[in-house]
Design a protein around this ligand. Structure first.
Ligand SMILES: [Zn+2]
Length: 389
């Protein structure tokens, strides 16, 4: 690998952090990114996507080259709100450097990662250019919110134009203890369930004339929470169902309420499908409800299907890049929440490698300057190996 390193990811990350691109605001971030890519030959498409009931969102698709293989870097420049700015020790959009770290909203999630890939790509191009294939940036301004006017619509737009992707790297902060300690090769699916147990309201002194839904709900929660969905698979941890909200619309201590509700968040692995999960939850609700003669209604919401990029050439290329730079073998994992990779997996193999996620979304979000340097090297090495293969 060449040692040309003319583009400093720290400066690039600072420029991005100084853009106030809190979802759905573009904040100048995509304009700035396009201004870096256009001069080196990328064709930049600024795409504003709309959907009734949601704010318009600006996105950027920039591609260099027209042939295959086509390597796409996917990410986002929108950030979550700073929250209480007074609680930050450094201004959230100031991009200040202190103690060997760069501070600001998005430093970890994920303007830092975008800056690293940009630096790596610019260095690669400066060092001989793209000798074959295509390199692209698929950058959305709608990842941290509802993700309706971002990646899914960009992918549909690409498909309509007849463009295909051969491999995708998502630059979310996917590392844990050290940059490159893991490659995310899939994610669990998730769904939320809402369970309402119906009773009959009444005076608590005359319980026999009412039907209290609370103990019945408790019995169902107990069954759902103590029945394992599975024991995990080769690449996934066991599926999990967590009760997240229990609520009873009641303010009086001498009234038996008419209904009681619980919400559950379910993260499921590759042994399940969304319909299968819904059927499982319903079946166990019915079994427990029968024991206590409970009447209930059940509904589901949320989307996010389980996916897995099976270990193969793309994973091997990334693994070799990480090992070459850090000297360590990365773990292949499927832990954590969802990302836009859940949409991209329908188009091409996708891996996620990025910064550490320790301070993402927190007050005083920051990234070590050394981490930015390491990730840029990993990305650079990955680009070279990908196009050399
Ligand atoms: Zn993110």
């Amino acid at each position: 690998m060449s040692s040309t390193r003319s583009h400093d990811p720290v400066h690039l990350a600072q420029a991005l952090i100084r853009c106030r691109s809190v979802t759905p605001e573009e904040g100048g971030a995509l304009t700035w990114l396009a201004s870096q890519l256009a001069p080196v030959g990328f064709t930049c498409h600024r795409l504003t996507m709309s959907e009734p009931g949601t704010p318009d969102v600006q996105n950027l698709y920039a591609r260099l080259g027209s042939g295959s293989p086509h390597l796409c870097f996917a990410g986002h420049t929108d950030v979550v709100p700073a929250g209480d700015e007074a609680a930050w020790t450094r201004p959230p959009f100031g991009a200040e450097i202190a103690g060997g770290a760069l501070y600001g909203r998005g430093a970890a999630d994920m303007k830092g990662g975008v800056a690293c890939f940009l630096a790596a790509a610019l260095d690669h191009l400066a060092d001989g250019g793209l000798k074959r294939g295509s390199l692209s940036f698929l950058i959305t301004g709608d990842e941290e919110s509802v993700a309706i006017n971002g990646t899914p619509k960009l992918l549909a737009w690409l498909k309509a134009r007849g463009e295909t992707l051969d491999a995708c790297l998502v630059g979310e902060p996917a590392s844990a203890e050290a940059v490159g300690d893991q490659i995310k090769i899939g994610r669990r699916g998730y769904v939320n369930a809402r369970l309402v147990v119906h009773g009959n309201q009444g005076h608590s002194a005359y319980g026999e004339r009412a039907e209290n839904p609370i103990p019945k709900l408790a019995r169902i929660i107990d069954r759902l929470s103590t029945t394992p969905l599975d024991n995990g698979t080769e690449h996934f941890q066991p599926s999990s169902l967590q009760a997240t909200i229990v609520s009873v619309p009641n303010a009086a201590t001498n009234v038996i309420p008419g209904s009681a509700q619980a919400n559950f968040n379910i993260r499921y692995n590759d042994l399940h499908t969304r319909p299968g999960i819904e059927a499982w939850v319903r079946e166990h609700c019915e079994i427990a409800a029968k024991e206590v003669s409970a009447r209930f209604s059940l509904s589901f919401e949320g989307t996010g299907n389980v996916f897995l990029t099976k270990p193969g050439p793309l994973v091997d290329t990334m693994r070799a890049a990480i090992q070459g730079v850090t000297g360590r073998a990365p773990a292949l994992t499927t832990t954590g929440g969802t990302s836009d990779a859940r949409f991209i997996k329908d188009f091409c193999p996708v891996v996620e490698v990025g910064l550490r996620n320790a301070t993402a979304h927190q007050v005083d979000e920051h990234v070590a300057l050394a981490d930015l340097a390491t990730l840029t090297q990993i990305y650079r090495c990955f680009i070279e190996r990908y196009f050399a293969a």
